[in-house]
Write a protein that binds this ligand. Structure first.
Ligand SMILES: NC(=O)NCCC(=O)O
Length: 331
């Protein structure tokens, strides 16, 4: 019997569920059925030839009288490693640059304005091995490392903002390691970096000995295409982490990850989401977003107005004290 590979939830649903039920299932799973983005034939051909999936969806917003639509295209790239993990370190990094570079070229044909690579994209996902060498050798300077310079070239060439999550070596602070997303402006300038705030300590996903807890807070980057933030991987399980990026004004929050599931998707403030890519193949997922949807949904649900943040700020300040007494009423 040939080996069975689970490709994606969507593929399985589309293969086995009749159309009428499928429509309803998709509505429940995705909030609403998103329109597929019409992509240029040259891009579709190039993706086929370069052996990666290419999909695109549109997250529309209602038209407004006083504001023009603020449409931006974002791209998310997922990719396998190219060379075996015992190949020379620089060869592994260079091969990944080449692979991701050819996907970015297709993103450019599709008019992507901001592209985000996966967590620690220049290396095999080694953080769950607990080995030191050679993995720490993949760490680079966020400001002028080999990979950042590569991204600066791409950003300039394609007029695209690039979110490049790497293992960072910070020479200014004694060569310490961090899990960092470098944000490169479409001008090619390094806008800055944002470090992973929460480190998983989940069984073998114990990354604490590889890098330190981030100290860049909830930084938001003002780009030509909108205000963006990066909540790296495990940080997604911490609702306050999302909240704080939003408090600082983020309009798009990227969540680059290296994990065990099929989790690469795009979701909008109205709760709708795109399908994910394949669990086994490289891919580029594009979403066309009208950023006006952010305020429309904020006005509809009033979460910021009803959030009672003052109340929580006071309660949390008390709750973190060592002598905190939980507010429990007993008979
Ligand atoms: N890399 C990482 O943070 N993995 C944690 C697992 C997850 O958040 O899915």
């Amino acid at each position: 019997m040939s080996e069975y590979f689970f490709e994606s939830i969507e593929k399985t649903l589309e293969t086995y569920i009749p159309d009428v039920e499928l429509k309803e299932i998709k509505r429940i799973l995705y909030g609403k059925e998103l329109r597929k983005l019409t992509l240029p034939q040259t891009a579709l051909d190039a993706a086929l030839e370069r052996n990666f999936l290419l999909q695109g969806y549109v997250f529309a917003a209602a038209s407004e009288e006083l504001r023009a639509p603020r449409v931006v295209r974002v791209g998310l790239i997922q990719n396998k490693i190219v060379l075996p993990t015992d190949a020379p370190v620089l060869d592994q990094i260079t091969a990944l640059h080449k692979r991701v570079g050819e996907i970015v070229e297709v993103a450019a044909i599709c008019g992507v304005n901001i592209v985000c690579f996966q967590e620690a994209w220049t290396m095999p996902f080694a953080f769950c091995t607990r080995e030191r060498e050679p993995w720490t050798e993949f760490a680079e300077s966020a400001e002028n490392g080999f990979t950042t310079r590569f991204c600066q070239e791409l950003a300039k060439k394609y007029n695209m903002v690039i979110v490049s999550p790497i293992l960072e070596r910070d020479e200014i602070h004694g060569g310490t390691l961090w899990n960092t997303a470098v944000v490169v402006s479409n001008s090619g300038t390094v806008l800055g970096k944002s470090r992973k705030n929460h480190i998983p300590r989940v069984g073998d996903f114990n990354e604490a000995s590889y890098y330190m807890e981030g100290n860049t807070g909830h930084r938001v980057f003002q780009t030509q295409f909108g205000k963006i933030a990066v909540n790296i991987c495990y940080g997604r399980h911490h609702p306050l982490n999302w909240l704080m990026y939003s408090m600082h004004g983020a309009e798009i929050i990227f969540n680059p990850s290296a994990t065990v599931g099929d989790l690469s998707y795009v979701t909008a403030p109205d709760g709708s989401r795109s399908p994910g890519l394949s669990r086994t193949q490289d891919g580029l997922l594009i979403a066309e977003l009208d950023l006006n949807l952010n305020r429309q949904i904020a006005d509809k649900w009033n979460f910021k107005m009803t959030g009672r943040f003052d109340l929580y700020a006071k309660e949390l300040t008390k709750a973190i004290q060592h002598d905190f007494k939980p507010n429990v009423v007993k008979e």
